[in-house]
Design a binder for this molecule. Structure first.
Ligand code: IMP
Ligand code: MG
Length: 178
């Protein structure tokens, strides 16, 4: 896999430090509450697993699976729900966990979809924010890193389902997808 990576954008040590910081911030902000963490599959799985271990709260975990990308590197604009929540979120404090906020289409769709189920609150946590490509009106409540407009993989993020198991965030060589 390494040969397909142009450069390391965020190292394992940087990820570890930031994820610890985010977990501690969420723990402090939600003191006395029992939020439900909803991960957006599949990209969230590595980040979420690490983040949760730095959250010291009674909480539950659920997942949704959506697709918007097909096999390419650009969003299609359409969001399809492939797996819905397994339980009710009415009156709950929802924390949505995403790997990267790019155009914002996925999260703005999900946020209004979840809003209709009457949670007490919804906040968005994203490991990375790519503000250059935003077209939907959405900002993250918590984010780890601002990233440039390059296609990144690793730490849960894929290109055509590959590279999710890289332990760092890397920029993919353009010749891999062109
Ligand atoms: P959005 O709807 O454009 O914000 O798309 C968000 C989703 O697109 C993320 O959850 C990722 O699955 C995917 N995505 C966006 N940018 C990248 C990237 O640089 N690498 C890998 N996946 C990406
Ligand atoms: Mg994703």
């Amino acid at each position: 896999m390494e040969k397909d990576i142009l450069r390391v954008l965020i190292s394992e040590a940087e990820l570890r430090a930031k994820v610890t910081e985010l977990g501690e911030k969420i723990t402090a902000d939600y003191a006395g509450k029992s939020p439900i963490f909803i991960g957006v599959l599949k990209g969230c799985f590595v980040f979420m697993a690490d983040l949760m271990r730095h959250v010291d709260l009674y909480c539950d975990v659920d997942f949704m699976a959506v697709s918007s990308y097909g096999g390419g590197t650009k969003t299609t604009g359409a969001v399809k729900i492939n797996k819905d929540l397994s339980r009710d979120i009415e009156g709950r404090d929802v924390i949505l966990i995403e790997d990267i906020l790019d155009s914002g289409v996925t999260l703005s769709y999900l946020r209004s979809y979840l809003q209709r189920r009457n949670p007490a609150s919804i906040k968005i946590v994203t490991l990375m924010d790519k503000p250059a490509r935003r077209c939907a009106d959405i900002t993250a409540d918590y984010y780890g890193f601002n990233v440039p407009d390059e296609f990144v993989v690793g730490y849960g993020l894929d290109y055509a389902e590959r590279y999710r198991n890289l332990p760092y965030i890397g920029v993919l060589r353009p010749e891999v997808y062109s």
